[in-house]
Design a protein around this ligand. Structure first.
Ligand code: C2E
Ligand code: MG
Ligand code: MG
Ligand code: MG
Length: 291
């Protein structure tokens, strides 16, 4: 009897596995078409100056609205896109949407920086720098308004090659941000050798700050060390007022999280900006507003 129930347990386990790998396989084959059909879109999450609360940039976050599976979060398909060699086209698609939006803001005399996430695999693509440069040109967006968010693993794995790529990207005028900082293996001193402009404290530390002194200590240490190396610091995952207060007292430069705003669809962000800054389209030819 024990053997029977055990074997049926195994059977159902295999069934679950099969369903999962089937779904993955299906998603893999559908990715390209989903981009063409407009099912892969982006939302924008505001990032504010910790002292003034002015909006300083928005982070572009990819979304897949699947006709049958519903909303698929990026954590479920970024890795898949990497595995099937489709992260390049996906990144280009997101970059395109982000820069198109940035261009429309510029046309309204609003100079708002956009951040785009780069998967580790992207740094290994030999034509990455060229593609980013072409995208900036195509949309007529100055490099200064683009921020690329990298993960620690991507720059530490093959540090010589990636440091060349980062130097070339930096030469386009854009800023480089180290995402999810504190979760990987890189040290701040390793970052010093790379043309990185800012670090983002991973939300796993920030989320615990209001209840745990240990997390607060980690955040404080990252902020102090980063500042000593001349880097700006962004905290992601700021959900409550106490955390915001603590981070601001620690000298954290920028804040991002549900307390400030959830990631917003294009048109909702427009309303959010208007309500918050009172900014309206200025007369053509007016000085660009740096938000
Ligand atoms: P990330 O780059 O670290 O982005 C921050 C994630 O934290 C986002 O999740 C965001 O919605 C979430 N978040 C923001 N504020 C809060 C908060 O206050 N509390 C909590 N609990 N969460 C918050 P999302 O959109 O699901 O993205 C997950 C990850 O997927 C991103 O983490 C990023 O690594 C990756 N990703 C998203 N878009 C892209 C993309 O276009 N390309 C690549 N390569 N990766 C992407
Ligand atoms: Mg990010
Ligand atoms: Mg992050
Ligand atoms: Mg993160």
């Amino acid at each position: 009897l024990a053997a029977a129930s055990e074997s049926s347990g195994v059977a159902s386990y295999h069934q679950v596995l099969d369903q999962q790998s089937l779904r993955r396989l299906q998603l893999g084959t559908e990715l390209e078409q989903a981009m063409a059909d407009g099912h892969i879109s982006v939302v924008f999450q505001p990032i504010i100056d910790a002292r003034t609360s002015d909006i300083v940039s928005v982070e572009t976050l990819v979304r897949w609205a699947h006709p049958r599976f519903g909303a698929i979060p990026p954590d479920d398909f970024i890795h898949l896109a990497e595995q099937i060699g489709r992260i390049g086209p996906l990144t280009d698609h997101v970059l395109d949407l982000a820069l198109a939006r940035c261009r429309r803001w510029l046309d309204q005399d609003i100079a708002l920086s956009v951040a785009v996430n780069l998967s580790a695999r992207c740094l290994a693509e030999p034509d990455l720098v060229e593609r980013v440069q072409r995208a900036l040109r195509r949309h007529g967006v100055p490099g200064e308004l683009l921020i690329l968010e990298l993960t620690e693993g991507s720059v530490v794995d093959d540090s010589v090659r990636s440091s060349n790529v980062l130097t070339d990207l930096h030469a386009l005028g854009l800023r480089l941000s180290m995402d999810d900082f504190g979760t990987g293996y890189s040290s701040l001193s390793q970052l010093r050798q790379l043309p990185i402009d800012e670090v983002k404290i991973d939300k796993s530390f920030v989320l615990g700050m209001s209840t745990s002194q240990g997390e607060s200590f980690i955040a404080r240490s990252i902020i102090e060390l980063a500042h000593n190396l001349g880097l700006r610091v962004v905290a992601e995952g700021v959900e409550d007022e106490l955390t915001r207060k603590l981070l601001t007292e620690m000298g954290c430069d920028k804040l991002q999280g549900f307390l400030v705003s959830r990631p917003l669809a294009d048109d909702v962000l427009e309303k959010w900006l208007l309500a918050r800054t009172g900014v309206r389209s200025a007369a053509p030819g007016a000085q660009h507003r740096r938000l």
